[in-house]
Design a protein around this ligand. Structure first.
Ligand code: B12
Length: 228
């Protein structure tokens, strides 16, 4: 299966190929499909809410799913494509955590926003990764020219002034303050409409997730934090 075919298979589910990289000797590359060390990886994710209707349709009518249903859907869809492509699929929620953001920044030439979430030139903060395909051979990778980093051009940085408990600062992300707030009675807006800091970003507002998707991710994030 060549990369265009993988891209077409993903598009049916609202997913996209998000570049890739050939591991170098500074990487502790994971194991590939045949048990050897992987030589390369292709990243898979979504821009904006494109995958949401596909996931939602799949979820509707299913009995309760243990764990995060989005992880379950990602494993089903991407696992199937990996099998056809002769690759090993790995996922952002796999333990121990794989450095998805670091791989992705190299693959697409991206940089983090002040929130820590990686900024995308087209989708702003409204994108994520759902999996990756590992290969034991080198694949040909298109290396992007360094894209615009919107945060460099953003004067007011409203993302840093919009969290009700100041969880985002130059000191990093105060996860416990965020979780305590979102779990409390004053956190209803964050819980139902999504992170206020992320929503304050003026970039790519047209790709902002719909309210039900934002509420889904916030609930999943709280569950992940509690399970730790
Ligand atoms: C653990 C984790 C968390 C932890 C935070 C850990 C921390 N100390 O900051 C918790 C559960 C709190 C969390 C929260 C969120 N996360 Co998170 N998280 C992860 C996860 C599963 C592992 C990170 C890791 O340890 N990687 C391994 C190390 C070696 O790699 P690294 O690149 O150096 O990782 C560092 C960063 O990823 C950072 N980090 C992780 N999440 C977040 C979130 C924020 C806001 C910040 C500042 C930093 C941060 O912590 C790591 C260690 O320092 C990654 C997926 C992955 N496998 O990377 C998603 C991931 C980083 N999270 C993601 C997202 C979107 C979120 C949320 C915004 C989810 C939401 N609600 O929609 C929230 C933020 C809360 C909010 N206010 O909205 C996305 C980021 C997408 C992007 N565009 O960059 C990822 C890549 C998952 C994905 N499927 O794409 N997350």
């Amino acid at each position: 299966m060549i990369q265009e075919e993988i891209g077409s298979a993903l598009a049916v589910h609202g997913l996209i190929l998000r570049g890739g990289l050939v591991f170098d000797r500074n990487d502790s590359a994971p194991v590939g499909p045949n048990g050897g060390v992987a030589k390369s990886v292709l990243l898979i994710g979504h821009g904006g809410a494109a995958m949401w209707p596909h996931f939602h349709r799949w979820l509707t009518g299913l009995a309760a799913i243990p764990g995060n249903p989005l992880d379950c859907w990602s494993k089903k869809v991407i696992g199937g494509i990996a099998a056809q492509a002769g690759a090993r699929a790995v996922f952002p929620s796999d333990r121990p955590y794989l450095p998805f953001q670091q791989w992705a920044m190299r693959a697409e030439g991206l940089k983090p926003s002040p929130l820590g979430i990686v900024m995308h030139p087209r989708f702003g903060l409204w994108h994520a990764w759902r999996g990756a395909l590992l290969f034991e051979h080198e694949i040909s990778i298109h290396v992007p020219r360094e894209p615009i980093h919107h945060c460099d051009l953003c004067d007011g940085k409203p993302c840093l002034n919009s969290c009700p408990v100041g969880a985002f600062s130059g000191m990093g992300y105060a996860v416990d303050d965020c979780v305590d707030h979102v779990n409390g009675t004053d956190g209803t807006v964050c819980l139902t409409r999504g992170c206020l800091a992320r929503n304050a970003c003026p970039v790519a507002a047209e790709h902002r997730y719909p309210a039900d998707q934002q509420a889904f991710h916030m609930a999943a994030f709280l569950r992940a934090r509690t399970r730790r």
